[in-house]
Design a protein around this ligand. Structure first.
Ligand SMILES: Nc1ncnc2c1ncn2[C@@H]1O[C@H](COP(=O)(O)OP(=O)(O)OP(=O)(O)O)[C@@H](O)[C@H]1O
Ligand SMILES: [Mg+2]
Length: 281
């Protein structure tokens, strides 16, 4: 009889990575913003990315989405290298929101989501030009999907409202709806609760669980560690461009290096960091 292995392989219970970063390094002149960062995001997983201001969190998202070309390293989606072109990365299934909200302020909520939807609308330029039956069908489908998404993120009544008139928290939700309109396999959220009150933050936590339940894998950057520890399956702590610790929320919370490098900062310093994060956003 074959003996059972004493320890389970690390991959047990976790599928192959959907998104995989390997040795990602990003230099800006003499500044190394990211140094040899590697991680894998598996199907149905929510990963939290925390770290002090300037740790390189947003830079990592920019490298994952083709906004920046890493100085070294690779990013792959389901084993295929992603192009260094944001529009094509979106097409291939990686969507994101921005730390500084990037909506079209003078367009309605519905129009903002439709912009995301157009990534998936297949039609010839001639068909759109002539507004033929295929074009109209595809427009009707997009409108229906947009209404569904606005309801899903909790904004069903705001379809015709200009984006700039929405309260701040609702603008963040609208950005999530626009990202979801691209039918992503992976969603990257950069500080989705910045500027939100406790109730809105909790609603966002539930929304991210619901997004995960749709089969989307998620990476979330947040300064609110309580939010991250109660949301994520795994947490990466980035400090000065390097992954200091990676583990479950319990492992990360209890790790002395994390306490020292980040959580152990005096409470008013952590507060100040959170505040700065809000101002940046
Ligand atoms: N385009 C750029 N050119 C030069 N330096 C940059 C650029 N983008 C980011 N940096 C630098 O890289 C470092 C990491 O910045 P990044 O915005 O990724 O940090 P962060 O972890 O997202 O911080 P925060 O919590 O404040 O959002 C910083 O020192 C920043 O100034
Ligand atoms: Mg940032």
């Amino acid at each position: 009889m074959t003996e059972l292995p004493q320890t389970a392989p690390a991959t047990v219970g976790r599928g192959a990575p959907v998104l995989e970063a390997t040795g990602v390094t990003m230099q800006f002149g003499g500044l190394t913003a990211l140094n040899d960062v590697s991680f894998g995001l598996t199907e149905g997983e929510i990963i939290g990315l925390i770290g002090p201001n300037g740790a390189g969190k947003t830079t990592l998202f920019n490298c994952l989405t083709g906004l920046y070309s890493p100085t070294a390293g690779t990013v792959a989606l389901r084993g295929r290298a992603l192009p260094q072109d944001p529009a094509r990365v979106t097409e291939q299934g990686v969507a994101r929101t921005f730390q500084n909200i990037r909506l079209f302020p003078s367009m309605t909520a519905e129009e903002n989501v439709l912009v995301g939807r157009h990534v998936r609308m297949k039609q010839s330029p001639l068909s759109s030009l002539l507004h033929g039956p295929r074009f109209r069908r595809s427009e009707a489908e997009a409108a229906e999907r947009t209404a569904e998404l606005l309801a899903f993120v909790g904004l069903p009544r705001f379809a015709d409202e200009l984006a700039r008139n929405l309260p701040y928290g609702d603008q963040r939700r609208l950005e999530i709806a626009r990202a979801l309109a691209t039918d992503p396999a992976v969603l990257l959220l950069d500080e989705p609760t910045a500027g939100m009150n406790a109730q809105e933050t909790e609603a966002t936590r539930q929304l991210i669980f619901a997004i995960r339940d749709l089969g989307v894998s998620v990476v979330v950057i947040e300064h609110d560690t309580k939010f991250i520890f109660t949301l994520c399956d795994r947490v990466l702590v980035l400090v000065q461009g390097e992954v200091l610790v990676e583990g479950t929320p319990d492992e990360v919370r209890g790790d002395p290096r994390v306490v020292e490098a980040y959580l152990g900062a005096p409470p008013d310093e952590i507060e100040a960091q959170i505040h700065r994060g809000e101002q940046d956003a």
